[in-house]
Design a binder for this molecule. Structure first.
Ligand code: SF4
Ligand code: SF4
Length: 299
């Protein structure tokens, strides 16, 4: 581990996000196996923030602790005092509110709940009201806490649900928990919301040209966020050595190379954790777990 990384984690808050430049790289496999393995010896909570397609919970059979509907606030037009000045439309950066003739139309699925229209309306004609956007579920799997949220069908804004899920975890799980975030794939706003509070990023990739291309984008995004990071290669052996060459040039640690095996894919398709069944996978998982322990200063 480089000195700069050690310095950056001096102020450790124990939040590690597991991200990837694209979907299908095995990010959830890494997150679930790492969380369950680490929880054998310490307090861990795994948070599924891939709210459009959460599936971490499929691999963890636990006891249901809590389930709650999640709401965001949207403006509700009250026509009585509205002067149709149009200020609400002009302050909205997301085209979520429009003046159409003598009506003000709100498009809830586009609304980011920023309150700008409501607060700047000169006649207080846009009070914010709650609208259901998804469901949060919390499980306990032996020593492991698991929290995941799922966006309702038709909802397009993942960011407010991710933000509220993180708030819930911070409220319910003290700082002595290692918090692992299973982030959404890609480099767009939901990823930034899911990683902006993390102390460290594990980027999961495949050793292929596509994997490298998307990983480079993810590295750029994390550098803009000033996040220290390390790489985990999944399906090691299927492609070439370009990911390793890139990481070497860029000074990014590769902390584990999970093997490409048909049996692993079969276990995954059956919703099973991998490390109890595949020694080669477990050997790499131990490397990732050791790296985590360095990060949280347990060694
Ligand atoms: S800002 Fe308020 S008063 Fe102006 S058009 Fe919008 S709702 Fe009506
Ligand atoms: S709350 Fe913000 S995002 Fe939503 S309609 Fe108003 S200005 Fe637009």
């Amino acid at each position: 581990m480089t000195t700069s990384i050690v310095c950056l984690i001096e102020r450790l808050k124990m939040k590690i996000a597991i991200a990837s430049g694209k979907g299908g790289t095995g990010k959830t496999t890494v997150a679930t196996n790492l969380a369950k393995y680490l929880s054998e010896n310490r307090k861990v909570v795994l948070v599924d923030l891939d709210v459009e397609e959460p599936n971490s919970g499929l691999f963890l059979n636990g006891s249901l602790m809590n389930q709650k509907e999640m709401f965001k606030k949207i403006p509700n037009w009250e026509s009585e005092n509205c002067t149709l000045c149009g200020k609400c439309q002009s302050v909205c950066n997301f085209n979520a509110i429009m003046k159409l003739g003598e009506n003000i139309m709100v498009f809830p699925e586009l609304c980011h709940s920023c309150y700008a229209c409501s607060e700047l309306c000169p006649t207080q004609s846009l009070p914010m009201i709650p609208m259901k956007m998804g469901m949060l579920t919390e499980y306990k799997v032996e020593q492991l806490g698991f929290v995941g949220s799922k966006l309702d069908i038709g909802q397009e804004q993942a960011v407010p649900l991710i933000a509220q899920t993180l708030d819930y975890v911070d409220e319910m799980y003290s700082d002595d928990y290692l918090k692992l975030y299973d982030a959404p794939p890609g480099t767009s706003c939901p990823v930034i919301e899911a990683t902006k509070d993390a102390d460290f990023i594990f980027l999961v990739t495949e050793p292929t040209p596509f994997g490298l291309h998307d990983m480079k984008l993810a590295v750029e995004t994390m550098r803009e966020l000033k996040k220290p990071m390390a790489v985990i290669i999944n399906r090691y052996g299927i492609g070439d050595a370009e990911v390793e060459a890139y990481c070497k040039v860029e000074g990014i640690d590769i902390i584990a190379n999970f093997p490409n095996q048909r049996y692993i894919a079969e276990l995954y398709s059956q919703g099973k954790l991998i490390y109890p069944h595949v020694p080669e996978f477990k050997a790499e998982l131990l490397k990732a777990a050791d790296y985590c322990k360095h990060l949280v200063k347990e060694n």
